[in-house]
Design a binder for this molecule. Structure first.
Ligand code: CP
Ligand code: NVA
Length: 331
């Protein structure tokens, strides 16, 4: 049976089959080819989408905006301060209003329940642009980047997530790897391991797809022979500033260094969803350097700037993959 995602929301990858995820990845590859060759693809002309952000963003917002415009759609952006949502109007009422005007809604926020409520009440597809629990659009970009670097042969390859393995990105990577037959390793301290519910959900999926899920605090064991080394910020959006002190202590041993990359397979790539703290050229980076004397956090600048680092291809792929999600669900 063919894949048909028309009218579906995109809230978390656990809701999608392997075949459906592969379908979106193939679409994304096609959209990338169209963009690269300058071939117009205004397939959704006449439609309109709205982007709701309760947290800040560069990549996700721009990918939805440019992706939407390339597909011929009208795009409205509502930042955290400029809609009534939450303060004067419930999520449910907001959903019912926006669903009358728009063909699709992107939401980035805190609670996963909020994006789920929007989807339940809006009557149009809702796309999760990141919540505290999941970051599903990021996953498609990450996997497209892995595919591009391993000749579209990713089954059986190993992806290691280093650092705060309980965060939205690590949890989502565990799901996408299990769905697509990639081995997933969470490498971090015991206190930062993913919650049991995600592990319990992913283990049978991994087994079905012939791959494994491993949790370890042993960097050498995790990274030896790995194909993808992935990391993310040590403190995620929405977490209080006070956690930096504890997190730096917990995660310093899990920084992605040139030594870590040397343990991996010679063909290994480095990925990061970005933004990254690889130097002190940001206000937070400079502040942390002053307070704790740490000038590179989750990744060494030498790794970030190395040939193995594919982080800007990955960032570009946000746009091609988000286009695929919008097209698949709106066409
Ligand atoms: N990776 C990612 O989601 O980036 P933004 O926070 O800039 O959207
Ligand atoms: N874990 C990070 C991802 C940012 C794209 C956060 O939630 O802030």
């Amino acid at each position: 049976m063919g894949v048909n995602l028309s009218g579906r929301s995109f809230l978390r990858l656990l809701d999608f089959s392997t075949e459906e995820i592969e379908y979106m990845l193939n679409l994304a590859k096609n959209f990338k080819d169209l963009k690269r060759t300058g071939t117009p693809h205004r397939y959704l002309e006449g439609k309109n989408i709205v982007l709701l952000f309760q947290k800040t963003s560069t990549r996700t917002r721009c990918a939805f905006e440019v992706g939407g415009m390339d597909l011929g759609m009208g795009v409205t952006y509502l930042d955290p301060g400029s809609s009534q949502m939450g303060k004067k109007e419930s999520i449910e009422d907001t959903a019912r209003v926006l669903g009358r005007m728009y063909d699709g809604i992107e939401f980035r926020g805190f609670a996963q329940e909020d994006v789920e409520e929007l989807a339940a009440k809006a009557g149009v597809p809702v796309w999760n642009g990141l919540t505290d629990l999941w970051h599903p659009t990021q996953m498609l970009a990450d996997i497209l980047t892995v595919q591009e670097n391993f000749n579209y042969d990713i089954k059986g390859k190993t992806l290691v997530f280093m650092g705060d393995c309980k965060n939205n990105v690590a949890r989502s990577l565990m799901v996408v790897c299990a769905k697509l037959g990639m081995n997933f390793v969470a490498c971090g301290p015991q206190e930062c391991m993913p919650a049991n519910d995600v592990i319990d959900a992913c283990k049978p999926i991994a087994e079905e797809n012939g791959c494994t899920i491993k949790l370890t605090s042993d960097v050498k064991d995790a990274c030896t022979g790995a194909h993808v080394i992935y990391t993310d910020v040590w403190v995620s959006m929405g977490e209080p500033d006070e956690v930096w002190t504890e997190r730096i202590k917990q995660l310093e041993a899990f920084r992605v260094t040139t030594e870590v990359m040397a343990m991996a397979d010679p063909s290994a790539i480095f990925l990061h969803c970005l933004p990254a703290f690889h130097d002190t050229n940001t206000t937070i980076g400079a502040d942390i350097a002053e307070k704790f004397g740490v000038t590179e956090m989750e990744v060494e600048d030498a790794v970030f700037e190395s040939k193995q680092s594919k982080v800007f291809d990955e960032a570009e792929n946000r746009m091609h993959t988000i286009k695929a999600v919008m097209y698949a669900t709106l066409k």
